[in-house]
Design a protein around this ligand. Structure first.
Ligand SMILES: [Zn+2]
Length: 258
């Protein structure tokens, strides 16, 4: 009954969307990341994007004004990973905050001996558990070019990871997936990747992904959608798990399957 109600409500929101064909065209043409999606996927992505824009509030920070075109570019990229997962995978939080450029955070942490430390960090984005996603527009604007780095996918991958608690590189898996296979693939891959980074060996994945398992999942998700062949080549088992989790095969979509 509830399912039927939500579907009906979503159809109505989609039908009433005011986004013009020109706005869609402009947004799609600025996002090479979306090249290769077929007509059915395009329609699905547009529908998810409309729902995303309906349910999430965009807020500019430090004087930045989020235009409809800015929001569209963010939403389209945020919705690519959930193309086959549905809008409910982004439920439980409300807003997207956009800074004009990288921003500085000030956090107070307490160490084991109870001493407080003030930590300042320069960030391009962050995701809060049950809270907002924060993005720097200068890094977001060009995120959709295909260079293996995508801030939007990175931050929203954290959001997916946080569906079952703190971000730890272990999002809620689908019933048909095997938890053991996920853990094996990601544990072995993480260890190997940390070693590669320590040795200064670059394989096309940013070494920030070696920071912790949550960053590994988010970092590999970026590469999965932009340079899937890198994951396929170096971490074949992880590629399989990500393909099953996202229910997408970017290698196939981008025509890079040999
Ligand atoms: Zn991160």
């Amino acid at each position: 009954m509830f399912d039927f109600f939500f579907k009906w409500r979503h159809r109505r929101i989609i039908r009433r969307s005011s986004i013009s064909e020109k706005q869609w065209q402009d947004a799609f043409s600025s996002l090479p990341l979306l090249a290769g999606i077929n007509a059915k996927e395009k329609q699905q992505l547009q529908e998810l994007t409309i729902l995303f824009l309906h349910y999430k509030a965009f807020e500019g920070a430090q004087g930045f004004v989020v235009t409809q075109s800015n929001a569209l570019i963010i939403a389209l990229q945020a919705c690519l990973p959930i193309l086959n997962l549905g809008i409910n995978s982004f439920s439980g939080w409300y807003s997207v905050i956009v800074y004009p450029a990288g921003f500085v955070t000030r956090r107070v942490t307490t160490d084991e001996s109870g001493v407080e430390h003030v930590v300042h960090s320069n960030l391009a984005g962050e995701s809060w558990q049950k809270g907002p996603v924060v993005l720097a527009w200068d890094d977001t604007e060009n995120a959709g070019i295909i260079d293996g780095h995508n801030l939007v996918i990175h931050e929203f991958a954290h959001k997916l990871d946080m569906q079952n608690g703190v971000a730890n590189g272990f999002p809620p898996l689908h019933a048909e997936m095997d938890t053991e296979l996920w853990v094996e693939a990601f544990s072995a891959g993480y260890k190997d990747f940390q070693q590669k980074c320590e040795k200064g060996k670059h394989i096309g994945i940013n070494c920030y992904a070696a920071t912790d398992p949550a960053e590994f999942f988010a970092g590999l998700s970026e590469v999965f959608f932009e340079h899937p062949e890198v994951i396929f080549r170096h971490y074949n088992n992880i590629y399989d798990q990500l393909r099953l989790y996202y229910r997408q095969d970017p290698l196939l979509r981008l025509g890079r399957k040999s």
